[in-house]
Design a protein around this ligand. Structure first.
Ligand code: ADP
Ligand code: MG
Length: 245
């Protein structure tokens, strides 16, 4: 049984068809990147997988379970970090993590563990309001990791970060991958991120999958990288000129 099975899901917002019949399967322990430009439907897709939005049609199975029937079970095994998560500015990192740990009935051992994993030890007692963008993203990841999730969803974990902070985050995720206990879906519009972290890449545009595969299967002699492949498939740039947010 695949860890995640997505069968022909669609979602519209009034007249906007955000997701139009997406299907894929993910094996346990795989790291998969949903790659596409802004507005492609990445967030809508992961929000349906996270049980935050109901598809208009189609089915989602995580470890064979569905959000309709098994929400409590699924909440225990998934971790998530939303696009642009905000935390209370006046709580420290440790206080923020203790708060989230209490929601899961977890103790301070879990808090110490995720602080160490995300390299936030030195900043643990600093207020969220004083953190850099990279530190905030690491806190969002720490929250997502609190319950040692078997399935992790990260929506644009490094958007807007400087190259150094982006590398820090990639290294944390590589360590997680090497442990082999986690299945990851991340969304990104950075092809280097997909190339560096993901076993498999699903390219999305206009709410549909336009190509999926391992990096070496996707590239051919005329396309040296995913940016070029995207232009070849759609005639569009993956990166709009001014899409840094
Ligand atoms: N809550 C919403 N209400 C109306 N339109 C939405 C909403 N969320 C997303 N959309 C639209 O759906 C499309 C896909 O958006 P989204 O899933 O956020 O794409 P991405 O994450 O790839 O940038 C876009 O056209 C977006 O404007
Ligand atoms: Mg998005």
């Amino acid at each position: 049984m695949p860890e995640i099975s997505v069968q022909n899901i669609s979602k519209s917002f009034r007249d906007v068809k955000a997701v139009q019949g997406i299907s894929f399967e993910i094996e346990r322990g795989e790291f998969v990147g949903l790659l596409g430009p802004n507005g492609a439907g990445k967030t809508t897709t992961v929000e349906m997988l996270e049980g935050l939005r109901r598809p208009d049609s189609g089915h989602i199975f995580i470890q064979g379970k569905t959000w309709d029937r098994n929400e409590r079970d699924l909440r225990k095994i998934i971790g998530l970090s939303l696009q642009e998560t905000r935390f209370a500015e006046k709580l420290s990192i440790r206080e923020t993590l203790r708060l989230f740990a209490s929601f899961f009935d977890l103790g301070i051992d879990n808090v110490a563990e995720v602080i160490a994993m995300t390299g936030l030890d030195a900043k643990a007692d600093a207020m969220v309001g004083s953190l850099s963008g990279g530190q905030r993203q690491r806190l969002a990841l720490a929250v997502a990791l609190l319950n040692s999730p078997q399935v992790l969803f990260l929506d644009e974990p490094t958007t807007g970060l400087d190259p150094h902070s982006r590398l820090d985050l990639w290294n944390i995720l590589k360590t997680l991958k090497d442990k082999g206990n986690t299945t990851l879906i991340l969304t990104t519009h950075y092809m280097e991120e997909a190339e560096t972290l993901c076993d498999r890449i699903i390219i999305i545009d206009d709410g549909q999958i336009i190509r999926t595969g391992q990096l070496n299967q996707l590239l051919d002699p005329d396309t040296r990288n995913l940016d070029e492949l995207f232009i070849k498939l759609t005639g569009k740039q993956l990166h709009a000129q001014n899409d840094e947010r």
